[in-house]
Structure formats: C-alpha cells, structure tokens
Ligand binder design. Structure first.
Ligand code: HEC
Length: 136
C-alpha cells in the first residue's frame, strides 16, 4: 500500500512539473491576453488592488513566453516578451508609488509588444483560427 501510494504521488508530481514547464504556447498567450484585459478594465475602474494582482499575472505569463521564444531560438520575440513582462512589473512598481501616469505609460509598453510580435509570428489558418508561424 505504502509503495503504491508513493508511486501515485510520484506520478502526480511529475505530471504537475511537466505541465508547469511545457505549457502549450496558446495556453500562455490566452492567459496573458486575459490578464492584459483585466488590467485594462481594473485601470478604468481605478481598482488598484486588482490592477496589481492582474499585472503580476501578466508579468509571469510574459516571463513564461520569453522562455518559450528563447527555447525556440527567436531572440526578437524573446526580447518583445521581456519588454512586456518588464512593462507589467513597472505597472506594479508605479502603483506602489501611487503614480498613475507612470503606471499608464508602463502598461502602454506592454500593449506595444502585441502588434509587433503578431505581425512577425502570428497568422490566421484556413479555419480562421490563429496559428504560431514557427510551428506551421
Ligand atoms: C512575443 C510574441 C507575442 C507577443 C508579445 C504577444 N503575442 Fe499574442 N500571439 C502570438 C502568437 C504567435 C499567436 C498565434 C498563436 C496562438 O494563437 O496561440 C498569438 C495569439 C494571440 C491571441 C489569439 C489566441 C487564440 O485564440 O489563439 C490573442 C488574443 C493574443 N495573441 C493577444 C495578445 C495580446 C493582448 C498581447 C499584448 C498584451 C500579445 N498577444 C502579445 C505572439 C505574441
């Protein structure tokens, strides 16, 4: 029983680790896009706690994206991802100082990366769904 339990725990842990390390790109992108929308909405609502929480998520997702592009050997896309995660981190920093103008500017930096990278690496498939150019 003890052994079986250990094997089961081992299996659960390795699945969890694999998921954390190798999340599919689309999952990261969707989570980043979701957090980006939530930051924008929280900014309109002037809900600083929510802006901070969502900007932290945004930072983490773009950090994951930076790893993905680095692994894929696309230095330009890795740099844009880094710009986005730094931008999200700067939103949080600016809020700590209650500097909304700076937070706005930092959030714009994040937004500026979307179009640049999409133009370079995103395409629409025949079914209308978005594809990652480096995988097709
Ligand atoms: C470094 C590259 C890169 C950056 C930066 C980037 N994206 Fe993307 N994005 C992609 C690629 C490649 C795809 C196509 C593959 C896919 O859809 O998963 C994509 C797809 C998407 C999709 C479609 C998801 C789907 O349904 O397939 C949305 C929404 C999106 N991006 C939003 C954003 C927003 C918002 C930002 C900026 C805050 C952003 N992206 C920044 C590369 C990037």
């Amino acid at each position: 029983m003890y052994r079986i339990t250990n094997i089961l725990i081992g299996a659960v842990v390795s699945v969890a680790l694999a998921t954390a390390a190798d999340r599919p790109f689309q999952e990261i992108m969707k989570a980043a896009a979701g957090a980006n929308n939530n930051v924008r909405k929280a900014m309109t609502d002037k809900d600083n706690a929510k802006i901070t929480a969502e900007a932290m998520k945004l930072k983490a997702e773009f950090k994951a994206m930076e790893k993905y592009w680095t692994k894929a050997g696309k230095a330009d896309a890795a740099t844009w991802s880094k710009t986005a995660s730094t931008g999200a981190a700067n939103v949080v920093k600016a809020l700590k100082k209650n500097d909304m103008a700076k937070a706005d500017a930092a959030f714009k930096t994040v937004g500026g990366t979307c179009k640049t990278c999409h133009e370079a690496y995103r395409e629409k498939g025949a079914d209308g769904k978005f594809l990652n150019k480096i995988k097709s």
